[in-house]
Design a protein around this ligand. Sequence first.
Ligand code: NAG
Ligand code: NAG
Ligand code: NAG
Ligand code: NAG
Ligand code: NAG
Ligand code: NAG
Length: 612
Amino acid sequence: MDRGFRILCQGETRRLLTLLGVTAILVLVVQYAELPYGKMLSLIPSIRKISNSQMETSLGYSEREGNNNRSNANSINAFEAMASSPAPEAYEGRSSGFENAGGSIMAPGSGLASETKNFTANGVSSPVNNIEFTTRGIESPSFAPSRAPLGSETESRSPTISVPSNATSVKSDAAKQANNNDKPGFSQGNSSMSRKDNRITAKTSNKRPSEVVSISEMNLMLQRSHASSKLVNPRKASGVDQQIVQARLEIENAPIIENDSRFNSPIYRNASIFKRSYELMEKMLKVYIYQDGDKPIFHEYLLDGIYASEGWFMKLMEANKQFVTQDPGKAHLFYIPFSSRLLQLTLYVRNSHRRSNLIEYMRNYVDMIAAKHPFWNRKNGTDHFVVACHDWAPAETRGRMLNCIRALCNADIEVGFKIGKDVSLPETYVISAQNPLKNIGGNHPSQRPILAFFAGGMHGYLRPILLKYWQNKEADMQISGPLPHVRGNANYLQLMKNSKYCICARGHEVNSPRVVEAIINECVPVVLSDNFVPPFFEVLNWESFAVIVTEKDIPNLRNILLSISEERYLEMYRRVKQVQEHFLWRAEPVRYDLFHMILHSIWYNRLFQTRH
Ligand SMILES: *[C@@H]1O[C@H](CO)[C@@H](O)[C@H](O)[C@H]1NC(C)=O
Ligand SMILES: *[C@@H]1O[C@H](CO)[C@@H](O)[C@H](O)[C@H]1NC(C)=O
Ligand SMILES: *[C@@H]1O[C@H](CO)[C@@H](O)[C@H](O)[C@H]1NC(C)=O
Ligand SMILES: *[C@@H]1O[C@H](CO)[C@@H](O)[C@H](O)[C@H]1NC(C)=O
Ligand SMILES: *[C@@H]1O[C@H](CO)[C@@H](O)[C@H](O)[C@H]1NC(C)=O
Ligand SMILES: *[C@@H]1O[C@H](CO)[C@@H](O)[C@H](O)[C@H]1NC(C)=O
């Protein structure tokens, strides 16, 4: 535990906290009386003693399991309708069930481990829900109380629940479930929640995409996107624009690499282009970071859980010396440093089934910066970017923000992800913010007896189909629902390390942390998620190291995998190991790591999007 927390817990404060805790329970009881049972989950943090980070990750894990509150409106069509309507309502995404989940929040610039403040957002009662549009800092009185007492309740790792009532038993199950969900593949066992869960999921996640874009069509879209942004008349360009034009010309005429062991790999679409573009980024790129925007939605971040990518990026970007400029006149890119996860934790009104206020919040922010500074209007926002991993981020960045380069985990063509402009942000499940590099590696191919592995909660329409065809069908197909909980997630990780192919089946949304998990465990990813644009699509040649299977081919899954020759498998296995470095978070960034890859893709798309 951090020192601040200990101090907090001493003496007077402890008494105060106890008082607050009691209040919390009272509020809970009152709330429970008013709430439909489906929402129990949202109350968990206030009564139980689960670590914040556990809660965060647990509820959050891939399946967004633990989220039993998806409503109808979470279908793609509703999403679209919502997105295009000025005041979208009646939407509640899969994250809604854990809007109260806590997390570790870290002040920018603070040390990785030591200064993290534990908190539970949205707390016991809902003072946070009353936050008006003008943001409050984390210190603001109306915000802080909801967090502090909760955060300080979280010392115990075990989900002990002691409130005696029927409600408790539901919560207890939910808590266990949430806790399990945390770990890849552990998700909900059968619990009293499950039925409700299923009931709700059943009516919500049956939507298949209306139109499937194949990977080769995606490749064409990328080409077209670049071709359509031909450079014209750079003469009138300003200094920065001239640099962009110059960089692009240099990239288009990149010297062919023949002998570079790092780049001599088909994992890249075009290694020469990537190498040149990357080097030019290092040489030239300047990013201006808006200082506007209040904490915690802006300038703060969470470093663990399944949405950790946006947090890590923000932390490393704001701390960066090489790329950041204080002089907007020198900037090629403008970063809007918001956390879509903290936006949801802070402003989503529990049970409201609407996120229009979140969308409005971001719209107001852009209006504000556009009025206050000249930068937005110069290029209509096209040189601005966001990095956001929460499921709702595509919606939160609609409207004018659609002009920005959006690095999104939820990289779904159906919900407006634009290939060539937007960047597919890898979803990384960070268990330990202190040690994001834990457990890298896996068995040698000869020690991978399992052909295909999947374990996880039944979220979305697809996974039940996968299980229907493949659970308990063939010995080499290790396809199942959630695995029983084991400390340290060991069984899940062992299965990944023992399998040739890891099935990355979509859950409620197209993205899954399994893609990166597979790469980290050196298991060839099998992407089973129509219309999902794989990470760093503009740079990486996914077909060289992953298997892309369309959803309708689930019945053929085993044949498809068996038809891949051993040589071809070994080739993909080696390439997975090569591509691994691009998917690792490091507290001190190194060249070609995940931080730099995200920044590079944004830079690259900036160059090839620009019309002059
Ligand atoms: C947050 O809480 C968890 C569990 O109580 C603890 O293990 C962790 O160290 C805390 N994080 C910090 C930075 O205090
Ligand atoms: C819990 O609920 C069941 C039925 O829903 C009821 O029979 C039982 O008495 C309740 N127990 C408590 C402790 O309220
Ligand atoms: C889960 O619950 C369903 C029905 O609620 C039941 O049919 C099934 O056997 C249960 N599975 C386990 C593992 O308990
Ligand atoms: C890679 O890009 C360079 C520079 O545009 C080009 O000359 C080369 O032909 C490309 N290589 C491949 C394999 O497409
Ligand atoms: C290519 O690589 C080999 C061995 O790594 C080296 O001896 C040779 O000089 C390289 N050639 C060029 C043109 O870089
Ligand atoms: C700026 O972008 C908006 C869409 O967000 C568009 O409607 C508008 O026409 C654009 N303005 C210019 C000058 O391109």
